[in-house]
Design a protein around this ligand. Sequence first.
Ligand code: G3H
Ligand code: 13P
Ligand code: ZN
Length: 322
Amino acid sequence: MALVTTKEMFAKAYDGGYAIGAFNVNNMEIVQGITEAAGELRSPVILQVSKGARAYANHTYLVKLVEAAIIENPEIPIALHLDHGDTFELCKNCIDGGFTSVMIDASSKPFEENIALTRMVVEYAHDHGVVVEAELGTLAGVEDEVAVEHGKESYTHPEEVEEFVSRTGCDSLAIAIGTSHGAYKFKASQCTRNADGILVPPPLRFDVLHECIKRLPGFPIVLHGSSSVPQEFVQMVNQYGGNMPDAIGIPEDQLREAAKLAVCKINIDSDIRLAMTGNIRKYFAEHPDHFDPRQYLKPARQAVKDMVAHKIVHVLGSDGKA
Ligand code: G3H
Ligand code: 13P
Ligand code: ZN
């Protein structure tokens, strides 16, 4: 199967009450871990590339790695998506360079500017058979160089979504309902603690999600910042020399609930980073004399695969949907 757009994936996901995982890719081991899991579970998948990933690995290397994954996993639909494009030029480069989907994230700009920039990207993208994700509302956390402090984020205003979608022509909409980027999604002061002393975050704003769905029936919604920050990985990092106190994510049962509704794309990056870092730290601690990168990248790649398989089955519900 060649690279696909997300159009058919989202239509089926919407009707089927599941979501497609959008996983960030930065190197070969990450691409392999994600697509091996998706291939074995017959799950459609979105591989997404940020501006930072392009700066790190180079556009061509990433596209060619994804092409290799398609050859190795011919049975599943794979989309290649630009994550958090911030300019028309970046989106155009990716559209011209083989991506099948782009995000224009003008969510930090005033409403009219967000509409104007999104509309411009949509016109170019649609002329080239590419779909566009846009965003309304601001998530807390860090993406590329932009950091939004906790308390400065803003939930999506449902009363704006119809006008935004109809005036821009975007194909999917990322909304802010309490998720955030990175491994520290909530301050301890926003949370309670369970009996084991683990932070329990405030629930996602399902009321905002439901209001958006009411106003945009049948339209695919996207959730960014949806890593669950598995405590198993955080503990592994901390046990083997790391220091990530109070790292906390979005509970998986809430994401599963969202996936059953109109949420068709769920973004996960931090959990990949944690799976790799925890396992590499463990490997180094247990094998201080090893120095072949293949030795420590192998368990890291396996950990990404296992984590993605878990998400596909228990969070996204996309297994068997290819
Ligand atoms: O939303 C942000 C993603 O986790 C990508 O992160 O910009 O550091 O590649 P990055
Ligand atoms: P996480 O930091 O929660 O993995 O979010 C990733 C993301 O939203 C990429 O766009
Ligand atoms: Zn994001």
